[in-house]
Write a protein of this length. Structure first.
Length: 453
């Protein structure tokens, strides 16, 4: 079929495709009388497993048909569809209709595999998601060569149930003047992942609510029971001192007892306030932080200032609760483990994230070294880090001007994939959001479709 020269070029193309793991092409292959310019050959790598390229699919067509979807191309898409994270489609930007839809995808959505007009797609789209689709199509028309546009919307399946579809697309071919002619995309059914995300969010809210109730209960018990026992011990000691004559050698012991009772009482007051502060659900986060700082500072003999940078932005209750708990834990650590007199906190809304910085003037801790965010000793730092990782954030501990600086950061827009990676590292096991294809795959291979010419 190919001469020696073309055969060597083809062999080199296949070897490069396997080694690099990406598509390539060669021009002017197999010149004949009916095709004097020769053919154009594409090589597309296919990975059936995670071990690397195991197959190369070749597509051969005359140069004049480089922008046409041939039978070879459709066969290629049918091969690639079941092993990608979704099903492939090709959309004609100018004519506003699909030119190819993988048969399994078309079957699931009740569309024609040969293509469907925009009206057919809109007819199956959830009415609330029409603006999302229009924005997705507008971005397709403006794509650069290496850019990808992504959107998520609901479509009614052939069985009448709503399917949450995640669509990713990039440029497939251009017009002679450089405009986008067609895009190639992959559609994934993420309905199960969406349901899972909703259930996880509800479970997280239930856990937070249960935790708050338990903290309040323990705080009340400490204030109403344990603190009263300490008061009773102090009164009994005074009564004993009135009835018994102690000599000078006993005074140091009595003074130590009185000091220990006073210190324990102050500790209980501070701890019970941290666990059970006044209800502040209706206040802004900055007001909650300042209110807690004022009450805790009086009980722990700390001067605490709280500043804010930037304009407050919309945050979820889970984010505010996480930052408030970290603020509480950071102040309690200052009170228990340092000799600090002042604490300065900054709530920062600048950029695409919200951060909380807490810095004390207590110098180095008694151990002689500053803790790090990776320390696994105790539950304080580990608990703070865990709260942030659940929401896609991070915790940093670093030397401050006079002591330790704790910085908590949370993204205002969550990135599920990144959160899963962080949770995987933190929990020591694989945690990944489920995203399934519209059809069974031979093996689950979490990768984007290979770049096509």
């Amino acid at each position: 079929m190919f001469g020696d020269a073309d055969g060597r070029r083809l062999q080199s193309l296949i070897e490069d495709c396997v080694q690099a793991g990406r598509a390539g092409r060669i021009e002017h292959v197999r010149r004949t009388a009916d095709c004097p310019e020769g053919r154009r050959v594409w090589a597309h790598p296919v990975e059936w497993a995670e071990d690397g390229v195991e197959q190369v699919i070749l597509t051969i067509a005359p140069p004049g048909r480089s922008h046409q979807l041939t039978t070879h191309s459709e066969t290629l898409f049918d091969h690639l569809g079941p092993i990608s994270t979704g099903m492939l489609y090709v959309y004609d930007v100018g004519q506003r209709r699909t030119r190819y839809i993988h048969p399994e995808l078309a079957e699931s959505l009740g569309l024609s595999p040969a293509g469907a007009g925009l009206g057919d797609v809109q007819h199956r789209l959830h009415p609330s998601d029409l603006p999302v689709l229009e924005r997705h199509l507008s971005e397709m028309a403006m794509l650069g060569n290496q850019q990808v546009t992504e959107a998520q919307f609901r479509m009614r399946g052939k069985d009448g149930n709503w399917i949450t579809v995640r669509s990713r697309a990039r440029v497939f071919s251009r017009t002679p003047d450089g405009g986008v002619r067609r895009v190639i995309g992959v559609a994934s059914d993420v309905t199960a992942a969406e349901v899972q995300a909703i259930e996880l969010a509800k479970a997280r809210e239930d856990i937070i609510r249960a935790e708050q109730d338990e903290r309040r209960r323990i705080g009340r018990e400490l204030h109403d029971s344990t603190a009263q026992h300490l008061v009773a011990i102090g009164l009994s000691l005074k009564a004993l001192e009135r009835r018994v004559v102690f000599d000078e050698s006993h005074q140091d012991i009595l003074r130590d007892i009185r000091n220990s009772i006073a210190a324990a009482h102050a500790e209980i007051r501070s701890f019970s306030f941290m666990l059970h502060p006044p209800k502040e659900e209706q206040r802004d986060l900055i007001d909650k932080l300042r209110g807690f700082a004022d009450g805790f500072g009086r009980r722990a003999s700390l001067r605490i200032s709280v500043d804010m940078v930037g304009e407050p932005k919309q945050t979820s209750p889970a984010m505010e609760t996480a930052l408030f708990r970290i603020f509480q834990e950071a102040l309690m650590n200052v009170h228990r483990h340092t000799t600090a007199h002042k604490v300065h906190a900054v709530l920062d809304y600048a950029g695409a994230q919200i951060s909380l910085m807490v810095e004390d003037d207590g110098g180095k801790p008694k151990s002689g070294r500053l803790p790090s965010a990776d320390d696994d000793t105790g539950v304080g730092i580990s608990g703070m880090r865990g709260r942030l990782i659940e929401l896609g954030g991070r915790l940093d501990l670093e030397p401050g001007k006079g002591g330790l600086r704790v910085r908590a950061q949370l993204p205002l827009q969550r990135q599920p994939g990144k959160v899963a990676d962080q949770l995987s590292t933190y929990l020591g096991r694989l945690v990944a959001p489920e995203e399934r294809s519209f059809a069974p795959r031979r093996r689950l291979v979490d990768r984007s479709p290979p770049p096509l010419a």
